[in-house]
Design a protein. Structure first.
Ligand SMILES: *Cc1c(COP(=O)(O)O)cnc(C)c1O
Length: 356
């Protein structure tokens, strides 16, 4: 099989071992002589999968007591409404940091439930930097931010010091670096960027923030229902959770999120160095806010874009076309992407320079 370098922004690259073990589980799960696709989610063999996945999430992120770990459905996009539905009453205000398309969508959904205060935004510069030093009103019910802006290629390397509970969409950088979970009240992440396949969403929630709104919450959208039932109120996304388990086991085997961060820093540095050195290319974001996960860059001469994409294709560099709202290129360097793939991209950029 030809080696393809997979820079896809999402669903993104997964560790080969996780894919291989998942294939095995499709054929014969836990020695049951049945496929994981055709067994009860209430079987003890499967309950062990959810228990182990939950435990590994807690271990990898050092989650303190008082927090619950949930595997839900509906993608990160459902969290955009589930968060305000569970935390915000009509007469209350939530503070939002608007740093990109996903943050914008989250902001919009919150407006369906209460007042929204956009404390800062970089919208007028096409979200190419992360606002800092904004005020979060002390009476805000919560503050919502997006740790990594998948489309625009910026990442938050510090979070505001505030007494207001912090809610964070970590869809595209969860498990890429250590985080201090105690600083957050709710974290959510669609799995398909950096922790597994599409179809499951991780939620880490501080139990004490729940149960304070006065309005009714539909059963399936009430975090407390899922906590009480250990993510098994209804049929969970059985296979997607299994693939997450295999992916998280791989993260753990390599030394956890600290080891991931080291690798991710090295990979991102290699590519940004070339973007800055190579006179044909330039980065699109403020240097201090550059994402380690999604590297956005353009050609000084956009007319050469097709030529570079053709060269990339010849070199089996897949998924580097930029999002339509930024243009140019985006290389996603998620955990499972080996540094050799970044080296192959850098080689292509250097050869492109020689040809031009
Ligand atoms: C991809 C992405 C989303 C949307 O996720 P879905 O699972 O498709 O709903 C939300 N936020 C961020 C940061 C993302 O990268």
């Amino acid at each position: 099989m030809t080696k393809v370098h997979n820079f896809s922004a999402g669903p993104g690259i997964l560790p080969q071992i996780a894919i291989e073990n998942s294939i095995k589980a499709i054929k014969n799960f836990a020695g049951m002589n049945l496929s994981i696709l055709e067994i009860s989610h209430r079987s003890k063999q499967y309950e062990a999968v959810v228990a182990e996945a939950t435990q590994i999430v807690k271990d990898l992120l050092n989650i303190p007591t008082g927090y619950s770990v949930l595997f839900l459905q509906g993608g990160a996009s459902t969290q955009f409404c589930m968060v305000p539905m569970n935390l915000l009453d009509e007469n209350e205000t939530a503070a939002y940091l608007k740093t990109g398309e996903w943050a914008m969508r989250a902001t919009k959904e919150a407006g369906l439930f209460g007042h929204v205060n956009v404390v800062a935004t970089s919208e007028n510069e096409n979200y190419n930097w992360i606002p800092k030093n904004y005020e979060i009103p002390s009476d805000a019910k919560y503050f919502h931010c997006t740790s990594n802006n998948t489309i625009f290629g910026t990442e938050m390397f510090s979070f505001p010091e505030t007494n207001v509970p912090i809610v964070c969409d970590m869809s595209s950088d969860i498990f890429s670096r250590p985080i201090d979970v105690s600083k957050f009240d709710l974290i959510y992440a669609g799995a398909q960027k950096n922790m597994g396949p599409a179809g499951v969403t991780l939620v880490i929630v501080k139990d004490a923030i729940l149960g304070k709104v006065t309005h009714k919450i539909p059963t399936m959208l009430d975090y407390r229902v899922h906590i009480k039932n250990g993510s098994m109120y209804n049929t969970p996304p059985v296979f997607a959770i299994y693939v997450c388990l295999e992916t998280l086991k791989w993260v753990k085997s390599l030394g956890g999120v600290e080891a991931m961060e080291k690798l991710n820093i090295a990979k991102a540095a290699l590519l940004y160095q070339e973007i800055d050195r190579n006179p044909l290319f330039k980065g699109t974001c403020a240097v201090e806010d550059r994402s380690r996960m999604n590297v956005c860059f353009v050609l000084e001469n956009p007319e050469k874009e097709t030529a570079f994409l053709t060269l990339a294709k010849e070199r089996n560099l897949e998924g580097i076309k930029g999002h339509r709202s930024v243009g140019g290129f985006r290389a996603s360097l998620y955990n499972a992407l080996p540094i050799e793939s970044v080296e192959a991209l850098v080689d292509a950029m250097q050869d492109f320079e020689k040809l031009n």
